[in-house]
Design a binder for this molecule. Structure first.
Ligand code: HEM
Length: 192
């Protein structure tokens, strides 16, 4: 495989493993644990989305807004009667477009794992209209959207040093979200 994706994958592998352990697919069927995960994502996205928008040129803003899965998250919180997440989530500093694309890799990639998460939640009675809209996301369109995003990554990270900046931002994005999850879920897992 060519392009920046193999490097992003390698750089973030341990970070993905950490967040996977923290979220804990089996525990996600526990309503209290799941509600806390949703609140953390809500807090994170509230700070992260404006940071990405600020780091990318205006021509990308409409594209970003159209891809936002935050409305799904708000619908889940409402469906489950969960109060919105805390408002003091920090975000990784995104110094430039390459960093923003690296950070986007994390959240766009999470839509892939989201498909597996949504299937697992369905076994616990949570469906897109009833609390699992965020992880279900764009559903069957997810694969095609991911392929489109990968092509964009290839084009946007072609400049010198861009992949390194993107990998750095991707790792920090995972860490920010993992640290929030760790605090909220009162768990301790070793940093990647
Ligand atoms: C219970 C939690 C999670 C599970 C079980 C999980 C599972 C998975 C799975 C199965 C894939 C591969 C999907 C495919 O190739 O079709 C994947 C990809 C990915 N996930 Fe997760 N995931 C979880 C949480 C997260 C979170 C919270 C994030 C980031 C916020 C994340 C970021 C990514 C990324 C970036 C990829 C794409 C890797 C690549 O193809 O380069 N995941 N995940």
């Amino acid at each position: 495989m060519q392009g920046p994706l193999p490097q992003l994958r390698t750089a973030t592998r341990e970070h993905h493993a950490r967040i996977d352990r923290l979220m804990d697919l089996r525990r996600m069927r526990d309503r209290r644990h799941y509600a806390e995960v949703l609140r953390v994502f809500d807090a994170f996205l509230a700070a992260w989305e404006p940071a990405v928008i600020a780091a990318l040129p205006a021509r990308w803003h409409g594209w970003l807004q159209a891809r936002s899965r935050r409305p799904f998250l708000r619908a889940d919180l409402q469906a489950l009667g969960v109060p919105p997440g805390p408002r003091d989530a920090g975000v990784p500093a995104l110094a430039g477009a390459a960093a923003a694309w690296g950070s986007l890799y994390v959240m766009e990639g999470s839509a892939l794992g989201g498909q597996a998460i949504a299937r697992s939640l369905a076994d616990a009675g949570l469906r897109p209209g009833l609390g699992s809209a965020y992880f279900h996301g764009w559903g069957e369109a997810t694969g095609a959207m991911w392929r489109e995003f990968r092509a964009l990554l290839d084009a946007q990270l072609a400049g010198p040093g861009a992949v390194g900046d993107a990998c750095d931002a991707a790792c920090r994005t995972f860490d920010t979200l993992s640290n929030l999850l760790e605090i909220s879920l009162h768990e301790r897992t070793p940093a990647a």
